[in-house]
Design a protein around this ligand. Structure first.
Ligand code: HEC
Ligand code: HEC
Ligand code: HEC
Ligand code: HEC
Length: 487
């Protein structure tokens, strides 16, 4: 590049920076340094779930029964505030409650969030497959982390086809497993690295802690680090909402710039493992397995592990009742009342945040400067992070209700700070009336208010599901990754 074009480029960049309200200098991302694991031929991951059906019929059948939890509940429709809170980010298009493990690959393909690769552009990083099944661990071993994470969906579409399954949790090639023992294993290098950050190296854990750790393969907070978009858990300072927020602030990480307020936002994933650890059961060594995968008696009278991971109340006598004397109704009522109480505070925080986003927009429109806005925008970032940390772990009301309530309380405090600061900025620019919020009483209205063309999204998605996906599955069947008879 010659000197003239170089200085032109710089001038344009500076101009764009000055003119664009999005260029808030506060958080500038510097990725942490970390290992990028090379190809690992020693790690064998047998990812095709169907090959275990015959040898382990009880575990296989109960695992397959996770398909019975098939309801799709849209969070955006149930609570249209979420469309505003995630404006400018794909979660605003479609976000559903979790359902059975059986659906993990199907659901990530179906959801509007992942777009229509191969129809409207191949934009999804491979990282989006990472918590969907055992093919991921296989591919990371075969291609190395660089080869895996650097790809887009079209690279892995015909490879990531098995739902969360046996090789996600077991060393299926081991002698122990052949003898019917669990041989628990974590095969994803980024998960092993994350546990090391907590001084909880997987191999050094006792059997109880290993059981919980296998759920930490996926039920955790993570982000896509650096240009490689390497899945990384932000546990440098610990697992609390405060510790993770502090780490993200220090490295300047931002998931997206909010479309309405222009705040630099964080999106929480599903910190179930983290909140469980901090809660009453986690602190007492009661693990995910004690409640979600109890030991049960088979028709042959032999005890085995129930692999139908779902709501532990469905199997009350084998779960809660092992340790508690109360009736099912009593415990269910306790859990339900906590859910109601938490939901109530959560919605209050959402309302505060919705107002804060629109008030920030009004302040920008009234001519507020970046410098004036920054303190309030940082409060919005922190308040919404706290909301999301509490909301994204769906079982928070049983796993750690007191932790979730505290995090939500601090979120309300931050949201209040943001709104006080915004009120001052607005007043300074002559706006003293309350800022009006558009009608967002339904998801349709909220999508329209934030410029999402939901019909176009559905159309592209349908095309992708009709044309691209059958081709992927066909290739996968030819490779033996899926059984021949699968529709
Ligand atoms: C999400 C993790 C997870 C998945 C997926 C999973 N298992 Fe397991 N499995 C476990 C846990 C946890 C145990 C019990 C460990 C313990 O007792 O310490 C277990 C136990 C076992 C055992 C030992 C005997 C028993 O019943 O306790 C076998 C065999 C087994 N699983 C087979 C399978 C097969 C086959 C699949 C795939 C169809 C599968 N598992 C999928 C977590 C999983
Ligand atoms: C490989 C990643 C992965 C692992 C390992 C994993 N999960 Fe999940 N889990 C998911 C995903 C993804 C979903 C949502 C699936 C969907 O909605 O399509 C889910 C859903 C769930 C649900 C909701 C089920 C329902 O019917 O609503 C529960 C409960 C759950 N997981 C518990 C566990 C427990 C306990 C463990 C450890 C024994 C575990 N999971 C291990 C990824 C994983
Ligand atoms: C003390 C028992 C207990 C322990 C320990 C426990 N859970 Fe749960 N979990 C539950 C119950 C009960 C529910 C359902 C709450 C309800 O009915 O509203 C639940 C709900 C969930 C959900 C949400 C399911 C949905 O469809 O919304 C996920 C995900 C989950 N648990 C994962 C985990 C993971 C991962 C761990 C360990 C890190 C864990 N749980 C530890 C009892 C437990
Ligand atoms: C392996 C044993 C074990 C299992 C299984 C278990 N719990 Fe607990 N639970 C405990 C222990 C230990 C405590 C800690 C307090 C105590 O000592 O009573 C506790 C505390 C509680 C508390 C009161 C603490 C609080 O959060 O305020 C509730 C409520 C509770 N459990 C509900 C459940 C439900 C519901 C299930 C089934 C989904 C369940 N537990 C399964 C052992 C267990």
């Amino acid at each position: 590049m010659n000197v003239l074009t170089k200085s032109l480029v710089i001038t344009t960049a500076v101009l764009a920076y000055v003119l664009s309200p999005q260029a808030i200098a506060e958080f500038k991302y510097t990725p942490i340094e970390q290992e990028v694991k090379p190809v690992n031929p020693e790690l064998i991951v047998e990812s095709a779930n169907h090959q275990f059906a015959e040898k382990y019929p009880k575990q296989y059948q109960t695992w397959a029964d996770t398909a019975q939890s098939d309801a799709i509940d849209s969070v955006n429709v149930e609570d249209p505030r979420t469309v505003i809170l995630w404006a400018g980010y794909a979660f605003a298009k479609e976000y559903n409650k979790p359902r059975g493990h059986f659906y993990s690959v199907i659901d990530v393909r179906n959801i509007l969030r992942t777009g229509a690769p191969g129809v409207t552009g191949d934009t999804q990083p491979m990282a989006c497959w990472t918590c969907k099944g055992p093919d991921v661990a296989r591919l990371i071993a075969e291609w190395g982390e660089e080869g895996y994470f650097s790809g887009k969906w079209s690279k892995g579409g015909a490879e990531v086809v098995n739902a969360i399954g046996c090789a996600d949790c077991h060393d299926t090639g081991s002698e122990d497993f052949a003898q019917g023992k669990p041989a628990l294993r974590i095969a994803r290098p980024h998960v092993l690295r994350a546990l090391d950050k907590l001084d909880m190296s997987f191999d050094g854990l006792d059997r109880t802690d290993q059981r919980a750790a296998i759920c930490a393969n996926c039920h955790v907070e993570y982000y896509f680090a650096g240009d490689l978009k390497q899945v990384t858990f932000p546990w440098e300072k610990g697992v609390t909402a405060d510790a993770i927020e502090q780490h993200y602030d220090e490295i300047g990480f931002t998931d997206w710039t909010h479309k309405i307020s222009k705040a630099q936002m964080l999106k929480a994933q599903h910190p179930d493992y983290e909140t469980w650890m901090l809660g009453m059961h986690g602190k007492n060594g009661v693990t995910c397995i004690d409640c979600h995968m109890p030991k049960v008696k088979g028709a042959d009278g032999k005890v085995f592990t129930d692999h139908k991971i779902g709501n532990p109340f469905d199997s009350f006598n084998n779960t809660c009742a092992n340790c508690h004397d109360q009736s099912k109704e009593t415990l269910q009522n306790i859990v339900q009342s906590r859910k109601t109480e938490i939901k109530d505070v959560m919605i209050r925080l959402e309302d505060q945040l919705v107002h804060a986003h629109f008030e920030a927009q009004a302040a920008w429109n009234a001519g507020a400067s970046k410098q004036e806005m920054e303190p309030a925008l940082v409060d919005i970032r922190h308040a919404q992070w706290r909301w999301d940390y509490s909301a994204a772990g769906h079982g928070g009301h049983i796993h750690a209700p007191e932790v979730v309530l505290h995090v939500l309380g601090t979120g309300l405090d931050k949201a209040a700070d943001a709104r006080v600061k915004l009120a001052r900025v607005l007043a300074k620019h002559g706006i003293t009336e309350p800022v009006k919020i558009p009608d967002i009483s339904t998801a349709e209205k909220a999508w329209a208010a934030t410029g999402i063309d939901i019909d176009a999204e559905h159309k592209a998605k349908d095309e992708f599901l009709k044309t691209v996906v059958p081709q992927w599955d066909k290739e996968a069947r030819a490779k033996g990754l899926l059984p021949e008879d699968k529709k």
